[in-house]
Design a protein around this ligand. Sequence first.
Ligand SMILES: Cc1cc2nc3c(=O)[nH]c(=O)nc-3n(C[C@H](O)[C@H](O)[C@H](O)COP(=O)(O)O)c2cc1C
Length: 252
Amino acid sequence: MDTLKTIMEHRTIRKYKNDAVPENILDQILEAGFRASTTGNMQVYSIIVSKGQELKEKLWDLHFKQDMVKQAPVILTFCADFNRFNKWCRQRKAEPGYDNFLSFFTAAIDALLVAQNCSIAAESFGLGICYLGTTTYMADKIAALLNCPEGVVPVTTLVVGYPDEKTERVDRLPAKGIVHREIYNDYSEKDIDEIYSIKESLPQTAELLKINELETLAQIFVQKRYAKKDNVFFSNQFLNVIRDKGFMNNEG
Ligand SMILES: Cc1cc2nc3c(=O)[nH]c(=O)nc-3n(C[C@H](O)[C@H](O)[C@H](O)COP(=O)(O)O)c2cc1C
């Protein structure tokens, strides 16, 4: 499919057929991932391809029991990975200095760019995808299950398979609410009202407010979907993983 059309037609798929993804298609998806820009051409990431039902059930449990993890034939876990690069450096008489937060963030950026390339490639083959944010919440247990050594931190996951649902494209904020010309122009109250008005006036928003017995959509985000206490809890958990995997030596 035409690249721009593939991108513009994107929608997250949450129901999958259990048809296998042919190996040659999966290989092309992964190869498309590797073509993403990568810091210094270091490719400081790894992709773990999980297809076995037993392993997928364990992943399903860790990904908050989201059923698509069991349904879809392929689960791709994208990891920030300095392990391979560090080993190469040491084998070549070069002492790596990549045990710090900046290096983790560099590797995480690389891994996320690869994931998005894979996502577009998968969709261009008529496959559906869903990112799993639960990867960062449960990174410690996912890393243990997938045998990630020091220097390797799971940062995101893609569920990949043939769609078993037809969904509408979901809304986005208008471009003028996102794009700043030349310099950043901070938002007035009126701008905020305007930018969020489409989202707030959708029928599904009215439905959500009714179900949750709340007054505004923003309250659903801060009270139900992404509450502060959860954010703090999972932040600390994720910081521990980054530390455990050897990325928090920021002393020099
Ligand atoms: C980093 C990231 C994590 C996400 N995690 C989940 C998830 O755990 N479960 C889920 O159903 N959707 C997840 N999504 C999908 C988003 O909910 C979805 O992209 C968003 O609602 C917009 O819908 P669209 O992708 O269909 O345009 C995630 C998306 C991203 C980018």
